[in-house]
Write a protein that binds this ligand. Structure first.
Ligand code: NAP
Length: 529
């Protein structure tokens, strides 16, 4: 497949008339000369949004089976790109080939998961309260509920998942599954990768004869193209993964519209890890080694990167620190995704290192040139933290702080006061049960996922996953951006009262033509009944 640097607007391929952009190889910080991308001007952004609006009714009228086949065709098309996709993603992101191959597999299985969700039909939440015409003092009408898609969705591709959270990533897959047309703003960290995947989606939509406008891909600056997309009256929801400042800017824009719309923004999280005394006494060395592996994985560029560790002062904590330091000092520097993300990491690390009460524990191997990130581990005390809350701002990359606590009460106080998080982790043994209960109670109110005896990096894509959490981990703690229930973000319930069968959506027709699970008068009812 030939890259051209053009915009994909519905079924058209159009050269933008805005400024030129080139992809950058973060390994050497050199521009990749082909192709030249031109940013979209506002007329193209309007065109993409208007086409999406026109596509909405015919797309939502398609059978779930048609959309399931669409998602499967996208998954097949991505795999068929073979090494073309992996090589382009590798030079644009610096991510190792093996990681990208793994991410490609996750992207395809995520698309297939939503195909299964569509076929099972539970997402429609078909619910019946049958009429009670003899009820006293008033009869009950026939009432039926199901969920319908919100409308066109804008997705901002994430820098740190060029495949699994970008053009055909989780936000796009869940929105398309719901029946929402999608306009993606490509992330400048992987422009060519975005075009390759975008062309696969465009071709799959064409082959399945889906309405033009089901999908568009635009390239441009967040400050104009991104803002225009979120402000456009045709757009009804936004999916975003990135910085806190970027997410907050989009939330403000969405809230200020004449018709405010939901923004599902995944922003910042430092993912606390609590080392409980029993676990630290039994396996300080093993925990330290696994912690450092998780910390430096993918140059720390995971939203679930463990950025803060808490433990009670004592010889076991010294053992942990010694082993973590030894392990980290063996770790090579790694290329970060973009020069901008690298310089933000360096600034973050320098800011932390300059704080009063912070001491270095160890650093990884340094490497000059390119966007190379060296790992860093610091330590401080719970008391210093009280006067220095800036230490708990996310530093995106392989850096973490160990907080030395005087007692488990310090850990509990931390858990009660920390901001919302994607994850919280407990390392514990049976004797830590009572402390764990207190921490779980505190962290349930903050985190989307709580883990025991593991590390939060590596997010399973499945029905029970929650990749969410209270603000600022996400802008809406009621939802998840990973896993099958991510579809909920792009649906809303409608109640149909006293409808004839002919007027009802298929999910609510009497003879269950979609053959799905439904709830009838409070009872779950299997298909074929
Ligand atoms: P970003 O700067 O927030 O950008 C993400 C996307 O949003 C880009 O397409 C960007 O467009 C757009 N955008 C940013 N600000 C905007 C605004 N005010 N209005 C409209 N659109 C806007 O994130 P990033 O480039 O991926 O990385 C920068 C930093 O974000 C990292 O250093 C890290 O701190 C954080 N980050 C966090 C996570 C996480 O999961 N927690 C993941 C990735 C990044 P432009 O590029 O054109 O501005």
């Amino acid at each position: 497949m030939q890259l051209t640097g053009e915009q994909l607007i519905g079924y058209q391929v159009i050269r933008g008339k805005g400024r030129e952009l080139l992809a950058i190889n973060p390994d050497n910080q050199q521009a990749i000369s082909t192709p030249v991308f031109n940013c979209a001007t506002s007329d193209l952004v309007d065109q993409a949004c208007e086409l999406a609006e026109q596509a909405f009714d015919p797309l939502r009228a398609t059978a779930p089976e048609t959309r399931a086949r669409f998602l499967e065709a996208i998954a097949d098309g991505i795999l068929e790109l073979g090494s073309t996709l992996i090589e382009r993603a590798h030079i644009e992101t610096g991510l190792p080939v093996a990681r990208l191959e793994g991410e490609r597999g996750r992207t395809a299985s995520q698309l297939r998961l939503f195909a299964t969700v569509l076929r099972q039909g539970r997402w429609q939440t078909a619910t019946f309260d049958t009429a009670l015409s003899d009820r006293q003092p008033l009869p009950r009408p026939d009432l039926r509920l199901c969920k319908i898609p919100l409308g066109p969705v804008v997705v901002f591709g994430a820098s740190n998942f060029p495949l699994a959270f970008s053009v055909a990533g989780g936000d796009t897959a869940s929105a398309l599954a719901a029946g929402c047309p999608v306009v993606v703003k490509a992330h400048r960290a992987h422009l060519g990768t975005s075009e390759l995947v975008g062309r696969v989606i465009q071709e799959a939509a064409r082959r399945l004869e889906l309405p033009e406008g089901t999908f568009s891909l635009v390239v441009g600056d967040g400050s104009d193209v991104g803002q225009q997309l979120v402000s456009h009256p045709a757009i009804k929801a936004v999916g975003f993964t990135g910085s806190r400042s970027g997410g907050l800017a989009l939330m403000r824009t969405a809230a200020a519209r004449p018709e405010p719309i939901p923004v599902y923004a995944e922003m910042s999280s430092i993912n606390p890890v609590f080392l409980l005394p029993g676990a630290l006494a039994q396996r300080a060395n093993a925990i330290a080694t696994s912690f450092v592996d998780a910390l430096v994985m993918g140059a720390g560029q995971f939203c679930t990167n463990p950025g803060v560790v808490l433990a009670v002062e004592g010889p076991d904590l010294e053992t942990f620190l010694a082993q973590a330091g030894a392990s980290l000092s063996e770790k090579a520097a790694q290329t970060m995704l973009t020069p901008g993300i690298h310089s933000a990491y360096e600034k973050g690390v320098n800011r932390v290192a300059a704080e009063i009460g912070i001491e270095p524990v160890a650093s990884g191997k340094a490497q000059s040139g390119g966007s190379q990130a060296q790992g860093h581990l610091y330590q401080t005390t719970a008391a210093s933290l009280l006067s220095n809350s800036g230490l708990l701002e996310e530093v995106f990359g392989p850096a973490a702080i160990v907080i030395r606590c005087q007692s488990v009460e310090d850990m509990l106080a931390f858990a009660r006061s920390i901001e919302g998080q994607l994850t919280a982790t407990l390392h514990m043994e049976n004797q830590d049960q009572a402390i764990a209960q207190g921490l779980v109670q505190a962290m349930e109110k903050k985190a989307g996922r709580i883990l025991v005896n593991g590390f939060p990096t590596g997010v399973e894509v499945c029905d029970s996953m929650v990749h969410g959490g209270a603000f600022p981990a996400t802008s809406d703690s009621r939802t998840t951006s990973v896993g099958s229930t991510a579809i909920e973000r792009f649906l809303r319930p409608v109640c149909y009262q006293n409808f004839s069968d002919a007027l009802l959506p298929d999910a609510l027709k009497q003879d269950n033509p979609l053959n799905i699970w439904r709830q009838i008068d409070g009872q779950p009812t299997a298909p074929n009944r």
